[in-house]
Design a protein. Structure first.
Length: 53
C-alpha cells in the first residue's frame, strides 16, 4: 500500500529519544478529538513508533 504513492515503510528520522515527546503529542491530539474505537496510552503509541523505526 505504501509503495505506489512512495510512502516509506521505515521512518529513519525517528529516534528512541524522540518517542516520549511524539507519543505525548499523539495522545493529546487523538484523545478525545477523534472518534476511534480504542484510545492508546503513551506506551502503546511508543510501541507503534518502534514498528516503523
Amino acid at each position: 500500500m505504501n509503495k505506489k504513492p512512495g510512502i516509506p515503510v521505515i521512518l529513519k528520522d525517528i529516534k528512541e529519544e524522540d518517542l516520549d515527546v511524539l507519543s505525548k503529542h499523539a495522545d493529546k491530539e487523538a484523545n478525545p478529538l477523534y472518534p476511534v474505537p480504542i484510545l492508546w496510552d503513551a506506551e502503546e503509541l511508543k510501541a507503534l513508533y518502534r514498528l516503523v523505526m
